[in-house]
Design a protein around this ligand. Sequence first.
Ligand code: SAH
Length: 258
Amino acid sequence: MKGKVYLVGAGPGDPELLTVKAARILREADVVLHDDLVTPEILSLASSSALVVNVGKRCGRKGVVQEEINALMIAHASDGRAVVRLKGGDPLVFGRAGEECDALGEAGVEFEIVPGVTAAFAAAAAAGISLTDRRFASKLVFLAGRRAAASLARDSSGGGIACDATLAIYMPGEFYGRFAEELTAAGWSADTPCLIVSGAATPGQKIARTHLRNLPQSPRLPAPAVLIVGAVAAERRTAPFESEPPAEIYAALASERS
Ligand code: SAH
C-alpha cells in the first residue's frame, strides 16, 4: 500500500471551523504531526489508534526541526501510512508548507493540500469587518512579524504600501512600535484604525481597537494574535468587544465524545 501525506489546515481553533474534508482525513489518519496552535478539541477527532505527535516549534526542539518533520512525514508515508501534517489556520499561510511540499516532491511521496480558515479571516469575522470592503480598501496584504516591519516602508515599486491597503499582520510580537513608525513614515495617517485579535475563534478570544498613533502603547494581547491595520478596521457590525465565541460549541463536542 502506498502512503500519502495530507497538509491540512486546522483553522483558527474552533473545531466547527474545520472543513468537512479536514475532519474526515483526520479521522482516517494513521499518523498526525501537528503544530502547537492546533487545539486539543481538534486533535481529539483523530482515531484513538493514530500516532499523534506535536512537532511544534515551541515543544523545545530547535535547529533541525524542519528537516526532522520532513523526514518523519517521508518515513511514515514510505511505510504506507496516511499522514496528516496538521497546521493552524491555512496550511499554506506562513507555515513553511512550501519547504515541506518540496521535500515530499523530491522524495517522491504523494501529497495533497486541504485548505483551512486562516487567522486573519477568523479575526475579521470576530470583529465583524470586511477586510476588502471596497469603500475603504482596494487590496489586502498578508505580512508576518519581524519581516513585516522591514518591508512595510518599501514595496516593489520602492514606495510604501499604499494607504488603501488592509494589512493583516501575523506574529506581530514586539513590533507594534516599529509598524506604527514605518507606516506613518510611509504616509499613513496616525488616525488609521488598528484592530488586534487574540485567540480568534477560541474560548479566549479578545479584541482590542486602537489607532496607529496609539499602537506602540496598546496592550499586548496574548499570542496568537493578528494585527489588522487599515480603514476597514474601524467598522463594527457584529461582535461586541471582548466577546467570546459560544462556549456551548465546546460543551457539545465534549459531550458527544463522552
Ligand atoms: N497558518 C496559520 C498561520 C501560522 S503563523 C494561519 O493560516 O492562520 C502563526 C500566527 O498566526 C500566530 O502568531 C498569529 O499571528 C496567527 N494566528 C494563528 N491562530 C490565531 C488565532 N486563533 N487568533 C489570532 N491569530 C492567530
